[in-house]
Design a protein around this ligand. Structure first.
Ligand SMILES: C=CC1=C(C)c2cc3[nH]c(cc4nc(cc5[nH]c(cc1n2)c(C)c5CCC(=O)O)C(CCC(=O)O)=C4C)c(C)c3C=C
Ligand SMILES: [Fe+2]
Ligand SMILES: [Fe+2]
Length: 317
């Protein structure tokens, strides 16, 4: 079994910030001011762990896919479920905006003789501005190969029971820290997208809401809302409500405590550490709201188990 595991990617050094940003902007160089602003955000968090987390996810996913019960003794084997008969699993990592790039990963797969693979992004929601762009990059990489590789896509997994349970577990830990859980506000966030994508029928907001609804239901939360974070530095309108505006509104409604869970991002990175832990936390403190962020899934085994189930089901399609 072969897997192409994809993630956003992040620069390894400050010098790489400008070319990384240029790639995000599809080759259009950002202004010096925008680059400086992004450099400052990276400097403020010290370092983004996204590449390390993505690699850890790949290593653990490969290990989990290759775990097998011993063939003997049969009587002790128990109900392990159906074996996936296609032989040893190999996981390749490709990032959308940095290295290893999706093109580099696809070339390595071809060099290794891979002819069929499951393609999955370490993000649960489909968007025209996220997964569809990963798909474009994979298609472009495949076109440059002398032989085809059949890619079986996992496009979204916003309602996977294991994912909901994993998020609910982290949210519960945050609830333990609340003074009055029944009086608190619960906010689920995801990356904003340009409104133009929503107008083109992007399923993304609905999928984000579904994840939020299912986690809230599982924990019987007294209330919950969805807000969007990290809107891009572009002149067009982006999907809201913005998390900072939403926090202010919650305080005006009388809430004193809020738990924020970033359900759009399984892994910690710049936009979790800067946009939530620094910026949204500062907004909350300014208005007198106690904000607790639920920790991320990162490369924890409960999330890796979700990825394993998704790729195994896709492989058998
Ligand atoms: C659903 C859409 C998006 C997800 C998920 C997403 C995750 C994500 N983004 C960064 C870092 C940056 N993103 C930036 C811009 C940007 N991001 C998206 C969409 C998603 N990003 C869009 C549509 C854009 C705008 C692109 C453009 O044309 O300018 C940037 C650039 C600076 C900025 O505008 O904020 C950075 C940096 C990470 C690390 C990440 C998660 C894994
Ligand atoms: Fe982005
Ligand atoms: Fe972003």
């Amino acid at each position: 079994m072969n897997v192409l595991l994809m993630a956003y990617g992040t620069p390894y050094t400050p010098e790489e910030i400008e070319p990384y940003y240029t790639d995000i902007r599809r080759g259009r160089r950002p202004s010096e001011e925008l680059v400086r602003e992004l450099e400052e955000r990276y400097a403020a968090i010290g370092k983004s762990p996204l590449n390390e987390i993505t690699l850890a996810q790949a290593i653990r996913l490969q290990a989990l896919l290759n775990l097998e019960a011993p063939a003997y003794p049969k009587r002790l084997l128990g109900p392990f479920g159906p074996r996936i008969p296609q032989g040893p699993a190999r996981v390749y990592v490709g990032t959308k905006h940095w290295h290893p790039s999706i093109g580099e990963a696809v070339a390595a797969m071809h060099e290794d003789g891979v002819r069929r693979a499951v393609a999955i992004v370490a993000a649960p929601h489909y968007s025209l501005r996220s997964v569809a762009e990963y798909q474009e990059k994979v298609e472009a990489a495949l076109k440059s190969l002398p032989e085809p590789i059949e890619m079986v896509w996992v496009e979204s997994y916003e309602a996977h029971p294991g994912l909901i349970a994993a998020y609910a577990r982290r949210l519960e830990e945050a609830i333990w820290r609340l003074r009055e859980p029944r009086k608190a506000a619960y906010v689920f966030t995801a990356h904003s997208i340009p409104l133009s994508a929503v107008e083109r029928g992007d399923p993304y907001p609905r999928q984000v809401e579904r994840t939020a609804e299912l986690i809230a239901k599982r924990l019987a939360l007294p209330r919950f809302s969805v807000a969007y974070q990290s809107a891009g530095r572009t002149p067009e309108p982006w999907l809201g409500p913005d998390i900072n505006e939403h926090l202010k509104a919650l305080r005006e409604e009388g809430f004193e405590e809020v738990v924020v869970q970033a359900v759009g991002f399984p892994a910690d990175h710049l936009e979790v550490y800067y946009d939530l832990d620094l910026e949204a936390q500062a907004t909350a403190q300014e208005v007198g709201l106690r904000l607790i962020r639920a920790r991320s899934l990162n490369a924890d085994l409960d999330y890796i188990q979700v990825l394993k189930e998704l790729v195994e089901a896709a492989w058998l399609r």
